[in-house]
Design a binder for this molecule. Structure first.
Ligand SMILES: Nc1nc2c(c(=O)[nH]1)N[C@H]1C(S)=C(S)[C@@H](COP(=O)(O)O)O[C@H]1N2
Ligand SMILES: [Mo]
Length: 302
């Protein structure tokens, strides 16, 4: 008698990985055009060896306090954020200030896949296959003026769509900042997708910053304003607790958080008895970014 077999997998189970493979093939195809080659050499070779987390891990375990402080809250509540007709204000020390439609920005930018390590200050980590464009390209479009030294970013502030804003966990809206040379670095991207699909709301749709050598909280989500300024801008976590969260927040296994060690990290998806691995200096991007901090005392400029 023929053995009965029921398939308990649906296309939902396989689509993200399938899309990912197609994306990889696509990238292999465009490498000759120089798009994939844009990623600095060592980081690019490295990315090929990284094993990304699953779609489920990346989209069900999130920090996005505008939707609640539990890891499962953003996946549950962030659908209420309306991302259609999204606009981004670019202002401050730029030649072309204005309100830009997200769709118009995206049409002008070169979107690439970037597989990056992602290390939260809470000492967990993932590997995420982002799609996005270099922030430098957007800043060049805006025309950065002489004298600008930093870039300030702001998240949407919509109490009707973001239930977490009812709680004074942070001084809303969420704000972040980078030094201009950090913002212009080729590893710094604006992510608009994951696994070749549009970035889900819980991960910061329609456009969020990704700075892979810094703790995750620097990677501000759902950006509505980008301002070129001439001094270090205030940042949400630094305002909340300056002793625990500095402006730089570069991943550094030698500088512990006042309440826990940063020497190792819990690898998300490695099971109940989660595997820990050693945290790497600048999250493994030392070769690319260490020169930005030459001469700085990293225990003081944390
Ligand atoms: N606006 C906003 N951006 C945010 C946060 C947030 O609460 N609000 N959390 C940060 C933190 S602490 C981390 S670790 C990452 C998490 O990104 P992910 O959910 O895509 O993994 O988003 C960062 N960006
Ligand atoms: Mo984080």
């Amino acid at each position: 008698m023929a053995q009965r077999w029921t398939n308990d997998l649906t296309w939902n189970d396989v689509t993200p990985e399938a899309a990912y493979l197609n994306r990889r093939q696509l990238m292999a195809g465009v490498a000759g055009l120089g798009l994939a080659a844009a990623l600095p050499g060592a980081a690019r070779a490295e990315a090929d060896a990284l094993e990304p987390n699953t779609w489920e891990e990346i989209t069900q375990y999130n920090n996005y306090y505008e939707f609640g402080t539990r890891k499962e809250d953003p996946a549950r509540y962030a659908d209420s954020l309306i991302t259609e007709d999204w606009e981004v204000v670019i202002d401050g020390m730029v030649d072309n200030p204005g309100t830009y439609k997200f769709d118009d920005i995206l049409a002008k930018m070169t979107v690439e896949e970037r597989i990056y390590r992602f290390r939260c200050v809470e000492a967990w980590s993932m590997v995420i296959p982002w799609n996005g464009f270099e922030l430098a390209d957007l800043l060049e479009m805006a025309g950065v003026q002489d004298g600008a030294t930093h870039v300030a970013f702001q998240t949407a502030n919509r109490p009707d769509q973001m239930p977490g804003l009812a709680y004074p966990v942070l001084d809303w809206p969420y704000v972040e900042g980078l030094r201009l040379d950090e913002a212009m670095h080729p590893l710094t991207i604006m992510a608009t997708g994951i696994y070749g699909k549009p970035i889900p709301n819980q991960n910061g749709a329609p456009m969020r910053l990704v700075v892979p050598w810094k703790y995750g909280f620097k990677s501000i989500k759902s950006i509505v304003r980008i301002s070129l300024v001439d001094k270090e801008p205030p940042t949400s976590w630094n305002k909340a607790n300056g002793r625990e969260y500095g402006f730089y927040s570069n991943v550094n296994p030698n500088v512990d958080h006042p309440r826990w060690s940063q020497a190792t990290e819990r690898v998300i998806g490695s099971g109940l008895f989660a595997k820990r691995k050693p945290t790497l200096m600048f999250n493994g991007y030392e070769e690319e970014v260490a020169s930005l901090y030459e001469g700085m005392d990293l225990s003081k400029s944390y």
